[in-house]
Design a protein. Structure first.
Length: 259
């Protein structure tokens, strides 16, 4: 009887984590380049009274066994890197990635990666993100440049004093397992052993996504799906609490038998 208490408690904790994750997804529904997270669960160890395939009294093998589980645990969170909807901003240095890849920036002298293409230029004309981190490789646009254009392959061109000039190109980074990247906050990711090393390349080639100037990529959070997940988690939490209440009532009934 007490096993039901602990099993239901793990279920309630799992649903709390699911609600926390869903709330975070909904909170970032308007965050540029945000990728929704999915929680993976696994059942806990089983109390095996009779193993499947054990020998029966008649010499036959038992087709089933007697196993009672101990509840559930959260295994991890998976980032879903599906494409977010493009949102037009009209700003020359804003870029959206259509396909695979990440922008690489330098954060505290270390590489970081992002799908947030809302870049601007600093006082030196260098392209930086909203926190001031430099795009890597560094790209600078002269402050007196006009008619700035960024091609789908990342080539920057502009005009200075009426003369057309082609500037440096923008590169993207890819990973064998992007779900293994570590979330740093501020729309940034860090490379890990699980993600594998970065592969740099030209946008639009070798599986890299193309760039779309004057757009940014919106969040891929689907509000309706998250609300359904929220309702499901709430109902599952209630059912687990009822299982604890039912176990308590059964223990109470058993204790009343001796009175």
């Amino acid at each position: 009887m007490l096993k039901a208490f602990y099993s239901s408690a793990t279920g309630m904790r799992a649903q709390e984590l699911l609600i926390d994750n869903t709330a975070n997804n909904l909170a970032n529904v308007n965050t540029t380049g945000f990728k929704k997270k999915h929680i993976n669960f696994a059942d806990l160890i089983y109390d095996t009274s009779k193993a499947p395939g054990a020998a029966a009294a008649n010499g036959q093998l038992k087709p089933i066994g007697l196993q009672i589980g101990s509840g559930v645990r959260a295994v991890g969170t998976t980032s879903i890197f599906s494409q977010g909807s493009p949102q037009e901003t009209g700003i020359d240095t804003h870029m959206a990635i259509e396909g695979d890849g990440f922008f690489k920036v330098t954060k505290d002298d270390l590489p970081a990666y992002t799908r947030d293409g809302s870049f601007v230029t600093n006082e030196q004309g260098q392209i930086v993100n909203s926190d001031g981190y430099l795009l890597d490789p560094q790209v600078a646009i002269p402050v007196d440049a006009t008619d700035i254009s960024i091609s789908s392959s990342g080539v920057i061109s502009y005009r200075i004093a009426g003369v057309s000039t082609t500037g440096p190109s923008i590169q993207l980074a890819r990973f064998a397992n992007p779900a293994g990247l570590q979330n740093l906050g501020s729309n940034l990711y860090a490379e890990t052993a699980a993600s594998g090393p970065e592969t740099l390349g030209i946008p639009g080639t070798a599986g890299f996504g193309q760039l779309r100037q004057r757009f940014v990529e919106g969040s891929n959070v689907e509000v309706v799906s998250e609300l359904v997940s929220l309702i499901t988690a709430q109902r599952a939490y209630e059912v687990n609490s009822r299982a604890i209440r039912a176990g308590d009532e059964m223990l109470s009934s058993a204790s009343d038998l001796v009175r």
